[in-house]
Design a protein. Structure first.
Length: 481
């Protein structure tokens, strides 16, 4: 069952049930209160009857019921006395003459001026010290039948009086009829209100459901705009956040897949090109008779291309290993790190008539020294390759900036164009491919540097101006002076 109908039916059932229970309690309470009021009134009338009978009985002299002849003196019975007094008793109330009945303790009626045939089977259940009443239905009329005991000498009698309460039952029936009409009206109006309410409550959820279906179809740009109660608005915001996150992840996966395809294509190209040439030269050595110079040239080319493939293979292994390892850094003095690096790179720069300047601010740098040396060596070698004139100048500068240690390598080479900056850390990407191949580059240096920087939780930034040079900065966190 849909949420819309669950809300509709559950609300209607609860509403009608609560209304029915409340109406029943209200109607029954009013009915019981009316019965109690009538019972109080009928007992008051009964008390008046009993008081009047007792008074008349006291006033009736015993002599009035004896013969004058003392010899034949004979008293009448208590029952006859009570009948005589009751017959002479007339009491009026607001509704007319008060009718009553007198029964003995066996339940037999000794006097009755009540016109209805009403049984007195409940008389025997009332003790001589209590009183009671019951409601009886006689020919469609309802009566309240009250009973109180009357002790006359050694005999026990019961005074019974009656009050018609048919109007109370009629009022109760009218109330139930009105309740039924009101219930039907409430169900009708409530159904309309709840249909509208349930629709308003579930409309935002249907929107979210529709957006979800769009996302499952691949439309990751789908978003929801719900202005409703707070919970649904929050759900909508979370849904949009989730959709943005999924879209971002899908985009990243697509980019990763594209990089992987590019990576595989680049490997294929980097291997296929030298292998094709090597196979050609090898076939020429095998099938033709060459002089010593031609033989040396062919063998030398095969050797050089083989070395380049070897370097490519080793760098690929380094790159794969770096992606699957964690490192442990340790504090290293800046001078202890820069000094061997300067000694290693200085002869290379001197050989190509390049000026190399090193300046390092002393600090304890948290690094893995061998890997960070690989980064600096690659960056310095890239700086060397970027210089294509006779006045090359390269600087290596280490300094503290805002609790980070910066290693900055700058050159006055040809620089990098703006549209090339985002790609330079991709595997096999080379700004100047023809020049890079002549210099023996395979395009993996910066990719390896990027992975090492990532393992150090450091940052790598590039600042370059085309035609003037490039500065590369490695920012290492957690430095100590």
């Amino acid at each position: 069952m849909k949420l819309f109908w669950k809300i509709f039916y559950s609300t209607m059932i609860v509403s009608v049930s609560c209304f029915s229970i409340g109406s029943y309690i209200l109607i029954d309470s009013a009915f019981q209160d009316s019965i109690k009021r009538e019972a109080t009134s009928v007992f008051e009338e009964n008390d008046i009857l009993r008081y009047s009978l007792q008074k008349e009985l006291r006033e009736a002299s015993v002599s009035d019921f004896y013969f004058a002849d003392e010899k034949n003196k004979e008293s009448i019975s208590n029952e006859e006395l009570l009948i005589t007094v009751a017959s002479s008793l007339t009491i009026y109330e607001s509704g007319g003459e008060l009718t009553f009945r007198i029964s003995n303790q066996d339940g037999h009626v000794v006097y009755d001026n009540f016109n209805e045939d009403l049984s007195n089977d409940a008389v025997t259940q009332v003790s001589n010290q209590s009183k009671g009443y019951q409601v009886k239905n006689v020919n469609g009329k309802y009566f309240l039948h009250a009973m109180t005991p009357l002790q006359l000498h050694e005999d026990l009698f019961y005074i019974e009086n009656f009050r018609e309460i048919s109007d109370i039952f009629a009022s109760k029936n009218d109330q139930w009829t009105m309740y039924m009409y009101i219930t039907l009206l409430m169900i009708g109006i409530g159904a309309i209100v709840m249909l509208v309410t349930a629709w308003l409550l579930t409309k935002p959820i249907y929107k979210l459901s529709k957006a979800t279906k769009q996302i499952t179809k691949g439309n990751f740009e789908e978003r929801t705009s719900v202005s409703s109660y707070v919970e649904v608005e929050e759900l909508s915001r979370n849904f949009n956040f989730m959709a943005e996150h999924i879209e971002e992840m899908i985009s990243q996966l697509k980019e990763a897949n594209q990089r992987q395809e590019t990576f595989i294509g680049s490997i294929s190209h980097e291997l296929k090109t030298p292998l094709t040439t090597m196979i050609g030269y090898a076939d020429m050595l095998r099938s033709k008779k060459l002089d010593s110079e031609q033989t040396f040239m062919a063998a030398n080319y095969i050797f050089q291309e083989g070395k380049r493939i070897e370097e490519l293979t080793m760098k690929l292994l380094d790159l794969l290993v770096l992606k699957k390892r964690d490192i442990e850094t340790k504090p290293i003095k800046a001078t202890a790190f820069f000094s061997p690096l300067q000694q290693y790179m200085e002869p290379i720069f001197e050989k190509e008539n390049m000026d190399f300047h090193v300046e390092a601010e002393e600090a304890m740098i948290p690094i893995e020294p061998d890997l960070m040396r690989t980064v600096c060596t690659n960056l310095l070698d890239n700086a060397r390759k970027a210089i294509d004139h006779d006045h090359g100048e390269i600087t290596l500068h280490g300094f503290i900036h805002q609790n980070d240690y910066h290693i900055r390598i700058c050159d006055n080479g040809k620089g990098i164009q703006t549209d090339e900056m985002a790609k330079i850390t991709d595997a096999f990407y080379m700004v100047d491919k023809s020049r890079a191949r002549v210099q023996g580059s395979v395009g993996l240096g910066l990719a390896i540097c990027s992975e090492i920087i990532h393992l150090h939780k450091a940052e790598l930034t590039f600042d370059s101006e085309f035609g003037k040079g490039t500065c590369v900065t490695v920012m290492i966190k957690g430095v100590k002076r």
